[in-house]
Design a protein around this ligand. Structure first.
Ligand code: DUC
Ligand code: ZN
Ligand code: ZN
Length: 476
């Protein structure tokens, strides 16, 4: 093979996949990995990984970018700044949400979302759907058509007035997921309990950000998780319960999986590194920065989430990046006002810090293996959402989406991050690692110091069917 055969060779890589660790050179041509081997012939470009760990680019399967919001609220990150931040933190594929508004056709929501992404994304991306209005037209025509066109997952909400579905509607949507082999993601919190508690808190003047956690105690998540499991059992379809936060929900999922039900679960950094105290110990409004749903819990609960990551309970670790700035009029202070907790836009930024946090605190502090890190952050999200093996692994034929890790101390500071949000909830945290290099489709997008923009080079990915489970036989 002549030297022109490879566009790039990465030498001396200490490769980790979800199953293996091995040393090899990685040869790249036309954006894909074409050879793994020892002492490969030279490429047009050469990079030396210097025996540092190399992992597949992260797949962030749950993030929100430029999702339409009710005025004056607006997400701080669009596909430009959001995918820039993703790349600088080692994530090379993102799956945000094309959200249907009630009364809107799903097709229109998808079309609008393509306009928002077009020409802006620096890394590859796909869209989940959010189904908020499952009309017969949506159930019988739009959803099946969109699934066939590569939008093979959708999220359904059990809370939020503008998004929530009742149990009958959830069953209808799950039936479509079963019939067309799509993955249903479920936001599991009991809307009526939240409403009942919120009204009482508000009536007694308890409106500060910290009361957000009081309105959403563990049982609110536990009950909805139990119900989601029962509904999926009734329809006999796998589900993904997203952003699982609490011990009680974890117990429900553990029980379901022990019964052999195909219940998968995702968790996020905020449930490992934040607690309800981050919403404020007094009535200070600064706690609004950490208002997300479900809310962060307590320290003991963080251990429960770590255990679930280590022992296989969780399938996916995503960011749930939902970017709202603290200052200004469009974010945590809508119209510039400090508002009662239930009107604070829900969500925190985390698309850039997701991988470095889990690598530092999980792998380097001995809580999970590097293989499990890869599985949770890249391989499983790629499998769950129909992107594997093109994404989620280091193998011949896969896209050359790679992260070379630099294991040296670093302090998280928002001034060093690349999102458009004016804070990070992890300000001041000490890490032991950060990507030294991120490659997307064989292009260096982050070199450890600088971002290398490639707006519009991030491709839209039409996805296949989920591959976490064996295919159902025709008889089933
Ligand atoms: N909760 C959600 O359900 N989505 C976005 C962010 C959040 O906090
Ligand atoms: Zn959610
Ligand atoms: Zn979310």
């Amino acid at each position: 093979m002549d030297s022109q055969a490879f566009d790039l060779v990465i030498r001396n890589a200490r490769i980790a996949t979800a199953s293996d660790c091995f040393e090899a050179d990685i040869a790249v041509r036309d954006g894909r990995i074409v050879q793994l081997g020892l002492a490969l012939p030279p490429g047009a470009r050469e990079l030396d990984a210097a025996h540092r760990w190399v992992t597949p680019g992260g797949v962030d399967a749950h993030c929100h970018l430029d999702q339409p919001m009710e005025a004056p609220v607006r997400m701080a990150d669009d596909f430009d700044s959001g995918t820039r931040a993703a790349a600088c933190g080692g994530t090379t594929t993102v799956i945000p949400f094309a959200a249907q508004q009630k009364g809107q056709s799903l097709l229109a929501a998808v079309q609008d979302y393509h306009h928002r992404a077009e020409g802006r994304a620096h890394v590859d991306h796909a869209f989940h759907l959010i189904v908020s209005d499952p009309t017969p037209q949506v159930l019988n025509e739009e959803l099946p058509r969109l699934i066939a066109e590569g939008y093979t997952s959708f999220k359904i909400y059990m809370t939020y007035d503008d998004l929530k579905l009742d149990d009958g509607q959830i069953l209808d949507v799950l039936e479509v997921a079963r019939r067309h082999d799509a993955m249903a993601m479920i936001h599991a919190e009991n809307a009526d309990c939240i409403e009942w508690l919120s009204k009482r808190l508000e009536a007694s003047g308890r409106t500060a950000p910290r009361f957000h956690a009081h309105a959403r105690p563990l049982l609110v998540e536990r009950e909805a998780t139990h119900r989601a499991i029962a509904l999926s059992e009734l329809v006999d379809v796998p589900i993904m319960i997203v952003h699982v936060s609490g011990r009680e929900a974890v117990e429900q999922i553990r029980w379901a999986r022990a019964q052999g039900l195909n219940v998968f679960a995702e968790t996020c950094p905020q449930y490992l590194f934040l607690t309800a105290e981050d919403l404020g110990l007094d009535d200070n409004y600064l706690g609004a920065r950490c208002v997300c749903s479900p809310p962060p819990r307590n320290r003991a609960n963080q251990d429960v989430i770590w255990r679930g990551l280590a022992d296989g309970l969780f399938t996916i670790f995503s960011s749930d990046h939902a970017p709202f700035s603290y200052e200004g009029t469009q974010g945590k202070k809508p119209g510039g006002e400090e508002v009662a907790f239930r009107h604070i836009p829900n969500g925190i930024p985390g698309i850039e810090t997701r991988l470095p946090l889990l690598y530092s605190k999980g792998v380097l502090e001995g809580r999970i293996t590097i293989n499990r890190f890869v599985e949770l952050t890249s391989t499983n999200p790629a499998k769950a959402y129909g992107l594997h093996p093109r994404k989620g692994t280091i193998a011949v034929g896969a896209d050359a989406d790679l992260v070379v890790w630099d294991e040296s101390p670093r302090t998280i500071a928002n001034t060093q991050l690349h999102h458009a949000v004016d804070y990070t909830p992890y300000e001041g945290m000490e890490l032991q690692a950060w990507p030294a290099l991120t490659l997307a489709g064989g292009d260096v997008v982050w070199d450890g110091r600088q971002f290398h923009p490639r707006p519009g080079a991030g491709r839209f990915l039409r996805r296949g069917r989920p591959s976490l489970l064996p295919k159902r036989s025709a008889a089933a």
